[in-house]
Write a protein that binds this ligand. Structure first.
Ligand SMILES: [Zn+2]
Ligand SMILES: [Zn+2]
Length: 267
C-alpha cells in the first residue's frame, strides 16, 4: 500500500493531517473539532478508529482545538513534548485550576527520533512563538515525509531536516504585500512577519530557489492565510521558484485547504 499523506485541514482556523503506512496511521495535530475530524476522515474513506496515535506540533489553538475530545474518544497515545503538554493543560484548566488529563500521553523531545508502529518520527525545533514548537519528518517503507508549518523563517537546521523528502508539506502563509496593506492591526502584522511568526510565500520561494534539493514528488503549500494570501498567488510564487531550479517537472505543487480535505497523496 505504501505511504500516504492526507491534509484534513490547514490554516489559522485549524490544522490536521494524516501520515499513514500500510499498518500505522498517525494524526498530525488536532486543530479542528473531533466531529469535523471524523467527518473529514470519513469523506476520504478513512475509519477514525484505525488511527494509531496523535502527534502535536505546538499548543496553539489551531493545532489542539479537538485534542481533548479525540484523545477521549479514540483512547490512542498522544505524543507531545513536556512543555507543550503543560501549556495545553494550563490553557484548559477549569475554574478550580484542575487541569485535563491525557490518558495516554507519550512525551518526546525535539531532536530525538521515536517510533510509532513502523513509522520513524523525527521532531525538530522550529522558530515560532509557542513554548516548544516542532516540525516532523516521517520515514516508512523507504519514503520520507516532511511537515514544517508555523515558522517565522527557515533556519539551516530545519532546511537540513527537510532534505530528501518525497512529500514536503510547507507553510506558505502570506504574501508580504497583502499582509502589509491588509486589515490586521499593526501588532498582529508584526507578529506574523517576525522571526517567530509565519512563513511568507517569498521566504518559501527563496528556499526553493536557493536551498532546496528537488527531492519531493509532491510539494504541498499549507497554512495559507485567508486574509493575506490567495491560493493562486502562493502557487504561482512556488512554481516560479521551483521552475528556476528546473524542478517544476519533478515537483507537483498542491494546495492544502482550510475548508475541505485534500485527497490523499499516495507513494
Ligand atoms: Zn498554526
Ligand atoms: Zn502556531
Amino acid at each position: 500500500m505504501g505511504v500516504s499523506v492526507s491534509i484534513l485541514a490547514s490554516g489559522s482556523r485549524g490544522n490536521c493531517a494524516i501520515v499513514a503506512s500500510a499498518c500505522t496511521k498517525i494524526l498530525v495535530d488536532a486543530g479542528i473539532s473531533g466531529r469535523e475530524t471524523f467527518k473529514r476522515m470519513k469523506s476520504l474513506g478513512e475509519d477514525p478508529h484505525s488511527l494509531s496515535a496523535i502527534l502535536i506540533t505546538h499548543e496553539h489553538c489551531d493545532h489542539v482545538y479537538g485534542l481533548a475530545t479525540l484523545a477521549k474518544k479514540l483512547r490512542i497515545p498522544v505524543f507531545m513534548t513536556v512543555a507543550t503538554q503543560q501549556a495545553w493543560a494550563r490553557a484548559l484548566r477549569n475554574e478550580n485550576g484542575v487541569r485535563p488529563l491525557l490518558e495516554k500521553w507519550e512525551r518526546f523531545e525535539s531532536g530525538h527520533s521515536f517510533q510509532v508502529g513502523d513509522i520513524a518520527v523525527k521532531p525538530f525545533t522550529i522558530p515560532h512563538d509557542a513554548v516548544d514548537p516542532v516540525g516532523f519528518t516521517f520515514r516508512a517503507e523507504g519514503i520520507k515525509v516532511g511537515i514544517a508549518t508555523d515558522l517565522g523563517y527557515l533556519p539551516v537546521s530545519v532546511r537540513d531536516h527537510l532534505r530528501g523528502c518525497d512529500v514536503l508539506v510547507m507553510e506558505s502563509n502570506h504574501d508580504v504585500e497583502m499582509l502589509r496593506v491588509g486589515p490586521y492591526p499593526w501588532s498582529v502584522k508584526q507578529r506574523v512577519m517576525s522571526r517567530v511568526g509565519h512563513l511568507s510565500n517569498e521566504s518559501l520561494a527563496n528556499f526553493f530557489t536557493n536551498d532546496y534539493d528537488n527531492s519531493a514528488t509532491f510539494v504541498v503549500l499549507a497554512h495559507l492565510s485567508q486574509e493575506n494570501n490567495h491560493p493562486e498567488i502562493a502557487r504561482r510564487e512556488a512554481e516560479k521558484a521551483l521552475a528556476m531550479r528546473g524542478g517544476l517537472f519533478q515537483n507537483r505543487v498542491l494546495l492544502a485547504s482550510q475548508n475541505e480535505a485534500l485527497a490523499p497523496i499516495c507513494l
